[in-house]
Structure formats: structure tokens, C-alpha cells
Write a protein that binds this ligand. Structure first.
Ligand SMILES: Nc1ncnc2c1ncn2[C@@H]1O[C@H](COP(=O)(O)OP(=O)(O)OP(=O)(O)O)[C@@H](O)[C@H]1O
Ligand SMILES: [Mg+2]
Length: 335
């Protein structure tokens, strides 16, 4: 079921951020952008007629598969607490999780809830995909083709857009879409240097929010889920304190920033031909992992600590870091 906003044209293009932890849609409603998100997560419950009828009564996003009921999206987290089960994820490090047989069915279910069938034939949608990792590992081609197919089944004309480039579209209109866009998400950090909206260098680094949660959990003996909740509750990157979770988060956040800056430095300095840039270019940080206070300052300090292949005019944090990729995908779709 596609959303009907009063007085709006819901046949407009859509921007979709297919992220490891959340799927976000951006819509152009009367010239303002509106966002809606669902967790990219699910739980399975043993099938019973009673459970199914309760799900129906409560309007819960679910699907029956053989002897299981799959609850997907935001409802998954709610019911995970009720039934004391762990949520699972259809994606891992930016692409479909190869170890999760329910992956496609879950994303199909979430897309059905979030955007529903196209409001007109071949309605345009741009969806984000990560850049390849350095070692070429990963299954990006399969991931991309599978998401495109799910969207085609719903009647959309779907085109992928690199996540870093989407950030450039979403954030750097003021510099004619020239600069560096970075999304620090949960599975990966994605970066793109673009000139006049054309991607010159794109890459991803496999350390982001999930890496921080997992390693801080190993260090403190807590569950990664608890670490994530603490982190999202107001973690600040401001050095060591008396709190062991805060200290563990700081250590692994530092590692994410160090790796990201090192990759940025290496990619730019080893590029065969960097475009001639007359002016210094801006760099924008976005994504949930860039949200904590102190992230921007720590990133800037690390980047400016030694030579960099291009001159940077400013480093800033997106004003809307959780929606930047979806917004950029929508802006690119509207171009
Ligand atoms: N307020 C917050 N403070 C700290 N971290 C946060 C906050 N909100 C979200 N995060 C973290 O940001 C990450 C999710 O960010 P985002 O939604 O940008 O990722 P994603 O797009 O789903 O993943 P990816 O781009 O890697 O596929 C998670 O690790 C989450 O814990
Ligand atoms: Mg993302």
C-alpha cells in the first residue's frame, strides 16, 4: 500500500536508503522532503493459529513461512523484548547476509510496508548500494540485482546509487555537488569524492557502528545490544572517563575513525588522476555512527594531522545524519 498524502502526487520518484540497520524512504511531498524508516531486522516465532490471529489483530508486519511466523521491521524489536528473543538482520556489512536464508523475504516484507506497490507503472526509485571493499570481497552485484528485483516486483523502475554519492547529492548542492560525502553507518563507512555530481573515487571501509558494538561488548563482557543502547542513549567522544563502557566505545570509535581517514588518504594519494580542483572542497559526514558529540572534531583532528591529497575547505556534520542517504537518493532521482 503506497502512502497517500493529502493533496500530494504519490507517483513522484522515491529515494531509498537500504541500510544494514535501517531502511529509509524519502518522498517529495509538496516540495518538502518527508522520511519514513523501518528497522532492517526480524524475529521468527513458532507458528500457531493463536499467535497469527494476535499479529493480525495488532496489525503487526508479519508473514507465515512454513512452521514459522516472521515479524519484520520496527515490530521486530518490540516483539523481541516481549518474547525474549534476539533480533536477526537480513543484511551484514552493507549487503545481503549470505548466512541468513530469510534475508530476501524479510526485505520484501519491509519494502511492502514502507513503500508498497508503485503508484504508477515504472515509478522511479533510486536505492543506495555500498561501494566495493578494498579486497573486492562481498556480494555487491548479487545484492544490487536482488534489491532491484524486489522493487521491480512492486512495479518500480529501480536504479542503484552509490551511498557516498547519495550523500554528495543530499548535502553538497551548495558546492555544485563537488566534494567528499561520507556515510558512517552500521555495517560500513562509505565515501565518495565527486566533481560536479560525477563520482571520481568511491570506496567503503568495513568498520562502523556494528564493529564498535561488537568489540566494545567483547571488551566489557556485555551484550552487543546493550552496548548499542548505551551508545545511542548519549555517548560522547570526549576521551577516557571512569565509565568502562564509555571507554571501550571510545577505543573502538577511534579505530573506526583512524581506518576511515587512512583509507581516505590512501585512496586519494594513489588515484591515477585526481581532477584539477581550483578551490578547496567541502567534506560532509553523515550516518548514525557520526551522530555522537565529538565525532566531527575527532575526525577533523585526525584528517588534518598530516598531508592530504586535496585541499579541504570545511568539514561538517550533516544536519540530518540519519536521513542524508535517502534524501540524496531522492534528489538524484528528481534530477
Ligand atoms: N544517536 C546515536 N548515537 C550513536 N550511534 C547511533 C545513534 N543513532 C544511530 N546510531 C548508530 O548508527 C548506526 C546506524 O546508522 P545508519 O542508519 O546510518 O546505518 P545503515 O545505513 O543502516 O548502515 P550501512 O550504511 O552501514 O548499511 C548503528 O550502529 C547505530 O547504533
Ligand atoms: Mg547507510
Amino acid at each position: 500500500m503506497s502512502r497517500n498524502y493529502p493533496g500530494s502526487d504519490d507517483t513522484q520518484p522515491l529515494g531509498l536508503d537500504v541500510g544494514t540497520s535501517r531502511i529509509v524512504v524519502a518522498r517529495n511531498v509538496d516540495k518538502t522532503f518527508q522520511y519514513e524508516a523501518q528497522l532492517n531486522a526480524f524475529i521468527t516465532l513458532p507458528y500457531s493459529r493463536l499467535t497469527e490471529s494476535l499479529m493480525l489483530q495488532e496489525n503487526v508486519c508479519h508473514e507465515v513461512q512454513g512452521s514459522e511466523i516472521i515479524v519484520a521491521g520496527n515490530d521486530a524489536e518490540k516483539f523481541a523484548e516481549v518474547f525474549h528473543v534476539e533480533t536477526r538482520r537480513p543484511m551484514l556489512n552493507g549487503t545481503l547476509n549470505p548466512h541468513e536464508p530469510h534475508a530476501l523475504a524479510v526485505i520484501r516484507q519491509i519494502l511492502g510496508k514502507l513503500i508498497g506497490p508503485a503508484a504508477k507503472k515504472d515509478q522511479k526509485v533510486l536505492f543506495s548500494v555500498p561501494a566495493p571493499l578494498d579486497d573486492g570481497a562481498g556480494n555487491i552485484a548479487y545484492h544490487e540485482a536482488s534489491i532491484r528485483q524486489l522493487l521491480a516486483e512492486l512495479g518500480y523502475d529501480a536504479t542503484p546509487i552509490n551511498e557516498g554519492l547519495a550523500v554528495v547529492f543530499g548535502e553538497l548542492g551548495g558546492s555544485n555537488y563537488t566534494g567528499i560525502g561520507i556515510s558512517c553507518g552500521s555495517g560500513q563507512c562509505n565515501a565518495c569524492l565527486a566533481v560536479l555530481s560525477l563520482p571520481v573515487i568511491s570506496f567503503s571501509v568495513p568498520k562502523a557502528g556494528d564493529f564498535v558494538d561488537r568489540h566494545a561488548a567483547l571488551a566489557t563482557g556485555d551484550l552487543a545490544t546493550r552496548i548499542r543502547v548505551e551508545k545511542e542513549r548519549g555517548f560522547e567522544l570526549n576521551g577516557f572517563t571512569g565509565d568502562r563502557i564509555q571507554n571501550a566505545l571510545t577505543v573502538y570509535y577511534d579505530e573506526v575513525i583512524r581506518d576511515l581517514v587512512a583509507a581516505l588518504r590512501q585512496k586519494l594519494s594513489s588515484a591515477d588522476r585526481l581532477p584539477k580542483l581550483d578551490h578547496p572542497i567541502p567534506l560532509v559526514l553523515s550516518g548514525g555512527t557520526a551522530v555522537p558529540k565529538g565525532f566531527l572534531e575527532r575526525f577533523e583532528k585526525t584528517l588534518r594531522s598530516s598531508q592530504f591529497a586535496v585541499r579541504i575547505s570545511e568539514i561538517r556534520l550533516s544536519s540530518d545524519p540519519l536521513y542524508s542517504t535517502a534524501r540524496g537518493a531522492l534528489m538524484a532521482a528528481l534530477c
